[in-house]
Write a protein that binds this ligand. Structure first.
Ligand SMILES: NC(=O)c1ccc[n+]([C@@H]2O[C@H](COP(=O)([O-])OP(=O)(O)OC[C@H]3O[C@@H](n4cnc5c(N)ncnc54)[C@H](OP(=O)(O)O)[C@@H]3O)[C@@H](O)[C@H]2O)c1
Length: 329
């Protein structure tokens, strides 16, 4: 396992982390036994960066992780997000997600559900457009002062917001969707992270599984799969996106790797401060993903991948319209 200092924290974390979202049933049924075995296997293999949220599975994700890390708290870095309150009508960010009182409540709830005394990083899932970022980060800064949180992060924040927030308290990381088919961070977020000494956590590095080649039909893959709401999975966009993946699979075969491994190797090749956090809930997927660290991509390989996934190659937005209102704020 390769390790790298996580932003300016002084803490070395595994370059490949583990995203725990799908363990709470986002993309098909949850399986707690296999999920816990996956977390344990990840720890055995040297993974120490775990991503979660107070909202995943309504607290299920935190309780699951708490159970898995019991007695081994010092071996893991828990990056925990706050979740957002959604507007009842259009599910965009509702006023109040970034209110100081709510952030304190979420922190307390997270500590309780995880069964830990502190969060390694507390990250606001989405910027609340109705609350100045200075107020929200100021509230988390107080939690740092009280020893309940070690570091502060933001997710899907725009460069200007990141700069304003970091004047209140240094930020350790930005979490943003980043993969071969979602390269928005290249427009300025990556540079901002470099300048402020922040880590860039690449979420959905496998395109929610689409880029890993496991999405073989448009829409949801099962009754309980939220991905059916994502435009890139829609029938009208599916064929074009699947064609990109077919090219990726051919490229991967030439490197004796899988498509998922190429996605992760590509992110590792971007910059030392990029930490992909592939999500998986099985040891099989986990082990395949960790082996991506051994896949070497040459300059020529990177150019070829750029040709397959030129900027905006993907058909369809990454989120439905209500979700697009909540990103890059
Ligand atoms: N900040 C945010 O707004 C935000 C949003 C979304 C996600 N996240 C975080 O980022 C993490 C990663 O994103 P994600 O899980 O949504 O998407 P992802 O990592 O791009 O893809 C996850 C999907 O890929 C499948 N998969 C994983 N490894 C595979 C492999 N080697 N071969 C084939 N399929 C594979 C998983 O299946 P199985 O689950 O069956 O293994 C799952 O369906 C999440 O877990 C979460 O922690 C953050």
């Amino acid at each position: 396992m390769q390790y790298q200092e996580f932003g300016n924290s002084g803490v070395k974390l595994s370059r490949i982390g583990l995203g725990c979202f799908s363990m709470s049933g986002a993309y098909g049924a949850a399986d707690d036994t296999e999920s816990i075995a996956t977390i344990h296997e990840a720890m055995e293999r040297g993974v120490n960066l775990f991503d979660t949220s107070a909202r995943y599975g309504g607290g299920h994700n935190h309780r699951l992780i708490g159970q898995a890390i019991k007695g081994r708290r010092d071996k893991v870095f828990i990056h925990s997000k706050t979740g957002t309150i959604r507007d009842e009508n259009d599910r965009s960010v509702a006023s109040g997600s970034g209110k100081p009182d709510r952030l304190r409540e979420i922190c307390e709830l997270s500590l309780k559900n995880l069964g830990v005394e502190y969060l390694d990083a507390m990250c606001q899932s989405r910027v609340d457009p109705t609350i100045p970022i200075e107020e929200s980060v100021g509230a988390v800064k107080r939690l740092v002062e009280e020893g309940k949180v070690r570091f502060i992060g933001l997710s899907e924040a725009a460069p200007d917001t990141i700069r304003r927030a970091s004047k209140v308290h240094p930020l350790v990381s930005l979490q943003f969707e980043y993969s071969l088919w979602t390269r928005d961070v290249e427009a300025g977020h990556r540079r901002t992270c470099d300048e402020l000494g922040m880590a860039l956590m690449a979420y959905a590095p496998l395109g929610y599984g689409f880029l890993a080649g496991v999405v073989n039909k448009p829409g949801p893959q099962s009754d309980d799969d939220i991905r059916g709401k994502f435009p890139r999975f829609f029938k009208e966009n599916y064929a074009a996106n699947r064609e990109c993946v077919t090219h990726l699979e051919r490229f991967a075969a030439g490197k004796e790797a899988t498509a998922a491994q190429i996605c992760l190797a590509w992110l590792l090749a971007q910059k030392a401060n990029v930490f992909p956090i592939p999500g998986c809930k099985s040891r099989k997927h986990l082990l395949e993903n960790l082996d991506a660290a051994d896949v070497e991509l040459t300059e020529e390989d990177l150019t070829q991948l750029d040709k397959i996934f030129y900027v905006n190659a993907a058909e369809g937005d990454r989120y439905p319209p209500n979700g697009m209102k909540r990103v890059n704020l």
